[in-house]
Design a binder for this molecule. Structure first.
Ligand code: F6R
Length: 606
């Protein structure tokens, strides 16, 4: 978590840094700060608990100037939310910002006698102190020596008081991207913050030190030898990073789904069938594996659950979906016959990344389904399927999730074809229906005010239950997470048949229930289960495939008819409907939809 940014060049750095922090704020938003190198060599820091807009006001008041500086937006790990714990941290001649966790900070405090010398409770200040300890005029040597003492994950951007105009950066796991921009050099935690200035960037290799100067960039390995890098190109439209007239990124990102899903799918249908050759994914990868394990977290894991249902029914292959944070600690069984699919929007989620490394160590083939190009998970995996969601800024994932679903449909379709479960005609039919998803989603979006109206019935609920069977259950897990994270309403998704094994004890007239019914073969069982909760007084909001009959005599708290697709594809329009439900509840409660409390977009700590 946390976002870091740095600029050195011809221009005043303050606005460039603060604007960049505003873009990076989704990575953490409990405090923010910048450090500027003044013309006289001194380093001046402005930092405060609170949002970047508060930092902007503080900077204006402080009036520091400088053409070189670093900035940070924080998601608290070590040390509470306070001005003192905000970054940058200064120790001696060293000022730095840090993203990650220094796990051995306690032993470093003892070893370097720092007990009474620190001003914050952060592990980051300890890193500054260790670098300062080794610094005697040679910054590269000091960084190299210090980094070898640090255990944990880190992306550090560092300035030295007696080397004005230079920013040093080093990392382990946590990301740093670097580019030439605004008549100078820039670094950031991710490309969205650079994208408005340059399309060319490179990913700082782990355990290398980059030196950013006005005139250019240098890179050194740990032995001090000059190293080279590989330029990459930002391949998404920078305009997509703005709110586009919507009050929140989340609404804009929900509305973008027909387009980005269309892009994700259309570029992978060739001669009428799913074809992943453009992604460099060989058919042998899909044909030869004996089982699949998905590793992912949160929303991405929920996408995996939909993938499991598809793969098992259409490909008839055994597939597990594992929480990445549990995967290796559960001694997961993977071998050379296992295909491990890592799903991640950011490609930086540390648990997912570590799970990929574990899988590779155990001989598995790894395939990343990732949104951010060149991200750590993509680079660590043998193959990458890039979803075309474009930048996703709202903390609550929407378009990244549905493009992940699209990717899983494509993988399923191709796998079924290369393994002989689909003949050519089956594959064509599958692809044709998949290509209809943008129009089905658009039909939901066009009627979003109906969902807005329905959302009002759960605005004041304390607990909401969600129920469905099969694929409907899989997407309700995600719908429930969405509601929890942005509306702060406690919500639980239940497989309808499981409710009466305990949880139905909680159902009363005060616990609204959201039910999704889109699977023909499960329809009648589902309605029996709905009756069971209605009999206990619960009001039910029903999302139902428009071609299904429903009990018109029953009373509903709201009904939304979902545009009809084949049952296996109904998760697409239904998922979007559930996203809108959560969005409108949060909006009408007057919450900060894009930045829910306690969360950060990119989870780079275990
Ligand atoms: C919830 C949400 C998170 C992420 C999870 C994994 O809306 O966005 O649950 O899905 O933190 O993140 P990525 O996909 O970046 O690995």
């Amino acid at each position: 978590m946390c976002g870091i940014i740095g600029y050195t060049g011809e221009k005043e750095a303050e606005d460039i840094l603060v604007d960049g922090l505003e873009i990076l704020e989704y990575r953490g938003y409990d405090s923010a700060g910048i450090a500027l190198c003044q013309a006289d060599g001194s380093v001046r820091i402005s930092k405060c608990a609170g949002r970047v807009k508060e930092l902007r006001a503080l900077c204006k008041e402080a009036g520091f100037r400088g053409t070189c500086g670093i900035g940070h937006t924080r998601w608290a790990t070590h040390g509470g939310v306070s001005d003192a714990n905000a970054h940058p941290h200064q120790f001696g001649k060293v000022t730095l910002t840090h993203n990650g966790i220094i796990e051995n900070y306690r032993s470093l405090i003892q070893r370097y006698g720092l007990e009474d010398k620190l001003h914050s409770q952060t592990d980051s200040e300890v890193a500054a102190a260790v670098i300062a300890h080794f610094y005697n005029g040679d910054p590269l040597a000091a960084i190299r020596k210090a980094v070898l003492k640090l255990k944990g994950t880190f992306a550090l951007s560092i300035i030295f008081e007696d080397i004005p105009g230079a920013i040093f950066a080093v990392r382990n796991v946590s990301p740093v991207v670097i580019g030439r921009a605004v008549q100078g050099s820039m670094l950031a935690s991710d490309v969205t913050a650079l994208g408005q200035y340059t399309k060319k960037y490179f990913v700082l290799p782990e355990f290398h030190v980059a030196v950013l100067k006005k005139e250019g960039i240098e890179l050194y390995d740990m032995s001090g030898e000059a190293a080279s890098w590989e330029w990459m190109t930002v391949d998404w439209d920078v305009d997509r990073s703005g709110k586009g007239g919507y009050p929140f990124y989340m609404e804009k990102e929900i509305m973008e789904q027909p387009e980005v899903i269309g892009e994700t799918i259309a570029s992978r249908i060739r001669e009428g069938i799913p074809d992943l050759s453009g992604d460099g994914i060989p058919d042998s990868l899909l044909a030869d594996c004996k089982r699949i394990s998905v590793v992912a977290c949160g929303t991405a894991m929920h996408a995996g659950l939909v993938g499991k249902a598809l793969m098992q029914s259409l490909v008839r292959i055994h597939m597990d979906v594992e929480l990445a944070s549990e995967f290796m600690y559960a001694d997961a069984i993977v071998d050379e016959d296992t295909l491990v699919i890592a799903i991640s929007q950011s490609g930086e989620t540390i648990d997912t990344l570590e799970a990929v490394k574990y899988a590779k160590k155990n001989g598995a083939k790894t395939l990343a389904v990732v949104n951010v190009r060149g991200s750590s998970v993509a680079r660590a995996s043998d193959y990458a399927f890039y979803t075309n969601a474009g930048p996703e800024i709202a903390v609550a994932s929407t378009k990244a999730y549905t493009t992940q679903l699209a990717a899983l449909y494509l993988l399923t379709g191709r796998m079924a074809y290369v393994r002989g479960r689909f003949g050519r005609e089956d594959a064509e039919r599958f692809a044709k229906e998949l290509l209809r998803t943008p129009e089905a989603i658009q039909a939901v979006l066009d009627r979003r005010e109906e969902i807005h109206y329905i959302a009002r019935s759960i605005l004041n609920a304390k607990d909401v239950f969600m129920m469905g069977r099969g694929l409907d259950y899989s997407i309700l897990l995600e719908g429930s997470l969405k509601l929890k994270e942005i509306s702060y309403i406690h919500s639980e998704a239940y497989a309808s048949g499981e409710l009466k094994h305990g949880t139905i004890a909680l159902i009363t007239e005060d616990t609204p229930v959201v039910a999704v019914v889109t699977q023909g073969k499960l329809q009648s069982k589902e309605f029996s289960n709905i009756k069971e909760v209605q009999s206990r007084g619960a009001g039910v909001i029903l999302f139902i495939k428009e071609t299904f009959d429903m009990d018109r005599n029953a009373s509903w708290d709201g009904v939304f008819r979902l545009p009809a697709m084949e049952d296996g594809f109904m998760v697409m329009p239904a998922s979007v409907a559930l996203q809108l439900l959560a969005y409108y509840v949060s909006l009408d409660k007057g919450l900060d939809v894009d930045k829910p409390r306690n969360l950060a977009k990119v989870v780079t700590v275990e």
